[in-house]
Write a protein that binds this ligand. Structure first.
Ligand SMILES: [Zn+2]
Length: 197
């Protein structure tokens, strides 16, 4: 994918010393634009906030949404987008980060431990903690946006875009054959009115 200013401008930090608020960086004159780290971190934080909201509302109820399918006999399926998002967020992070980063990611972002607790638990100093947090945010921000065929970000497209046959993409792991787990029977769209199966 190509990063464009129209996308990065809204996400960039206005006072960023690297990109001066444009959200793009050019290694050399004429080189392909790369997203600034401030943009990648912004994407991560937006996705992470949504994750926290999904987890919290999950305790009360799960929103079920109708997902349109194109070019299929079955017109639509009922999907639990929030559950799918929670699973994608966790599995993509597990796949992207190394062991140390993932441990820190779990403590700090998933379990909410502050830097004091994390540094004690992981045996690192405060500087290393914040460096690692930045690294994690940048790595995941990029993957959440660049992931193909379905990116996690922008969230609007994830939650309201075209459906993915079989549900969560995170089920496709590594370079092995694509493994699409069929949707559970109770999540399938019932036969539409006026039609027979
Ligand atoms: Zn920047």
């Amino acid at each position: 994918m190509e990063w464009t200013r129209s996308e990065t401008l809204a996400l960039a930090m206005h006072n960023c010393t690297q990109c001066h608020g444009s959200g793009l960086r050019f290694a050399k004159k004429g080189a392909i634009a790369a997203p600034c780290n401030c943009v990648l971190r912004a994407i991560f934080r937006i996705c992470c906030d949504r994750f926290v909201r999904c987890v919290e509302q999950e305790r009360h109820l799960s929103r079920i949404s109708l997902e349109p399918h194109s070019g299929r006999q079955r017109p639509s399926t009922w999907g639990r987008k929030d559950e799918e998002y929670i699973a994608d967020f966790c599995l993509i992070s597990r796949r992207t980060l190394d062991d140390f980063e993932h441990q820190l990611f779990r403590y700090h972002f998933l379990l909410g431990a502050d830097w004091k607790l994390c540094t004690r638990r992981l045996g690192i100093d405060r500087g290393n903690f914040f460096h690692a947090v930045y690294r994690i945010e940048q790595k995941l921000g990029r993957v959440f946006r660049e992931l193909e065929p379905y990116s996690l970000f922008p969230l609007d497209e994830y939650f309201h875009g075209p459906a993915r046959a079989g549900g969560g993409q995170a089920l496709r792991v590594g370079n092995g054959p694509t493994r699409v787990t069929p949707r559970a029977e109770n999540l399938r769209f019932p036969v539409p009115y006026g039609k027979t199966a």
